[in-house]
Design a protein. Structure first.
Length: 412
């Protein structure tokens, strides 16, 4: 009997449990050609890590799609054109310059020094969640938190936070490879959101050029010489990328970590009672149920991998969800091990394209998860998860919970 390999990452089964699909591929065909996606699916840890360093695999993966399109004037093409300028889909030398200027701004923000502010924001959101008898932790905490943080980092007025969240949602309709049941007008909606967002950030850039502050946008404007500093278009693209990547990734990380850690009451209570365990618990959650399932690369040079010829012009899907549970790399890969060596997973990628906001995402997730476990004793997730049908992200549509209330005498 021939084993039927999971070929389509957008089937209901694969969306619900991408780890099981990746495990079958990893065990039986770790470099698998998928006719459904017209891409190679790579699932072994060592192969994925090697791919991050392989110059034959390009991150400049949007422009080739645009070049193949026959309707260059439609909404989809215009959305792709705007996204194609983002740092995350460029290669050196352009990527090197953008990364250097953005990285310097991140350092100036002193991300670690933001912990007190992030803790205050989480406490405010949990206060409101309790006051409103909230039941959905995505809507109440995981979703608004990163949007507020990014808005503040970019120096946007607090009144504009909701607009940030709306734009991020519109971008998610196209950026993560939606399934066939996604809304048919998603590209038109994303284009409207992108154009509105670009206009907003262009005004914010002009304001900060005239009146700089202590925010990250002002730092990006002031970095570099007149010759290599970021142009207005590049600054707008960088703001859009930071908003989208920072919001979606962190929302998913918080929600997925809560679901994982509350599935085992003994583990939940152990982490709640020992603050030192929050950090390793979050790292295990990032490894096991990370916010990104797949990273995409474009093949620019023929090469061999495990007996397969990967040809120029093809796509490669790097399945982080497979690599991070590879038994050749991790002992007992499907279990939460709070003593596991930290940061050996690749939930945030690796190499020159490793997530530039990984430290911020970790801090937000650690503070949010630790606070929720402490302030909502007996926290339980109700029902089975529902995930958005996308190739790249592991995004829960909601996180309905119950809990036993705030312990007597506890306010934080």
């Amino acid at each position: 009997m021939t084993l039927e390999l999971p070929d389509d990452l957008l089937t209901p089964e694969a969306v619900r449990d991408p780890d099981a699909a990746a495990a079958v591929l990893r065990a039986h065909d770790p470099v698998h050609w998928s006719p459904a996606h017209r891409a190679w699916l790579v699932t072994r840890f060592d192969d994925v890590v090697a791919a991050f360093r392989n110059p034959a695999l390009s991150s400049d993966r949007v422009r080739p799609v645009m070049q193949r399109r026959t309707q260059p004037a439609d909404a989809t093409h215009r959305v792709l054109g705007l996204i194609s300028e983002w740092m995350v889909v460029t290669d050196p030398p352009a990527h090197t310059r953008l990364r250097r200027l953005a990285g310097a701004a991140f350092k100036q923000q002193q991300i670690a020094a933001m912990e007190d502010r992030i803790q205050a924001l989480v406490d405010e959101l949990v206060d409101a969640f309790l006051a409103d008898d909230g039941t959905d932790l995505v809507a109440g905490v995981a979703y608004p938190l990163p949007a507020i943080v990014i808005a503040e980092m970019l120096g946007a007025p607090p009144r504009d936070r909701d607009r940030f969240r709306e734009w991020s949602d519109e971008l998610a309709l196209v950026a993560f490879g939606a399934g066939g049941d996604a809304r048919p007008d998603r590209h038109e909606r994303a284009l409207r959101g992108l154009e509105e967002m670009a206009g907003y950030f262009r005004e914010l850039v002009a304001h900060r050029r005239h009146d700089p502050g202590g925010d990250m946008l002002s730092a990006m404007i002031s970095d570099g010489t007149e010759q290599d500093g970021l142009s207005d278009d590049e600054l707008v693209g960088m703001c859009a990328l930071l908003l989208f990547a920072g919001h979606e990734t962190t929302t998913n990380a918080i929600a997925n970590a809560v679901r994982l850690l509350t599935a085992d009451p003994a583990l939940r209570d152990r982490v709640r009672d020992d603050p030192a365990l929050v950090n390793p618990a979050v790292e295990e959650a990032l490894r096991l149920v990370g916010p990104i399932k797949v990273l995409v690369r474009w093949v620019v040079e023929d090469h061999e991998l495990r007996g397969h010829t990967i040809r120029q012009g093809e796509r490669v899907y790097l399945l982080l969800c497979g690599a991070n549970r590879d038994p050749e790399r991790f002992a007992d890969p499907d279990t939460v091990d709070l003593a596991r060596e930290r940061a050996t997973h690749i939930a945030f990628g690796r190499g020159i394209h490793a997530c530039i906001g990984a430290q911020l995402a970790r801090i937000e997730t650690r503070i949010a998860v630790g606070t929720l476990l402490r302030r909502l004793p007996g926290l339980r997730v109700e029902g089975d998860p529902e995930y958005l049908p996308t190739i790249a992200s592991r995004a829960q549509t909601s996180l309905p919970v119950t809990h036993d209330g705030v312990p007597a005498g506890t306010t934080r």
